[in-house]
Design a protein around this ligand. Structure first.
Ligand SMILES: NC(=O)N[C@H]1NC(=O)NC1=O
Length: 174
């Protein structure tokens, strides 16, 4: 774990190697905010990434969502997820789904992607498998604009938890 002073001392390459995947496969997020050092604390770091995501045009937001792997999808089956995503999917209990649950998630993931053109994204660490299955069925009813917005908000939650696993959350600096 790093404290914020050490984070602020990292050169660009080291910053990217530490923070390049706080948004899945989107090292551009870390690359974009590096210039905003010094960061006051981990929340400030998170806020900068959130602002960067909010400023993206819809096509960029869709691209960010598209870089996320399906929950319990093909990459999970192949063991080819990023380390972060593997741990998150496990925390939600997605590795212990019954065959029926797996089938439901697979089918709804396909329907979701067909309807919206990007994958269903949810912060797995904050949801157990039951909530994820309920969530995807409910979210299938939304409009694309609503889902783009909800998906990016979930990316921000995933990002905060990833940041908190790298940087000490020193509230005394706040
Ligand atoms: N599809 C999807 O939500 N994937 C993500 N969710 C999460 O918590 N980690 C992921 O990779």
């Amino acid at each position: 774990m790093l404290n914020i002073s050490l984070v602020n001392e990292l050169n660009y390459e080291d910053f990217i190697s530490r923070f390049g995947n706080v948004v899945e496969h989107c090292s551009i997020c870390a690359a974009a905010i590096w210039r905003n050092r010094p960061f006051r604390d981990v929340r400030h770091l998170h806020q900068e990434i959130c602002s960067f995501l909010d400023l993206l045009p819809d096509t960029g937001k869709e691209g960010v969502l598209r870089l996320h792997p399906d929950l319990a999808g093909r990459l999970a089956e192949l063991g080819s997820l990023t380390q972060e995503s593997t741990a998150e999917q496990k925390a939600a209990g997605l590795d212990t789904m019954t065959p029926g649950e797996k089938q439901l998630l697979r089918e709804t993931n396909i329907k979701y992607r067909e309807k919206f053109g990007f994958p269903f994204v949810i912060c797995a660490r904050q949801n157990k498998k039951e909530a994820i299955l309920k969530g995807i069925v409910e979210r299938l009813e939304h409009s694309a604009a609503e889902e783009l917005n909800i998906g990016i908000e979930e990316v921000k939650k995933i990002c905060l938890l990833r940041l908190l696993s790298i940087v000490i959350d020193d509230k005394s600096h706040m």
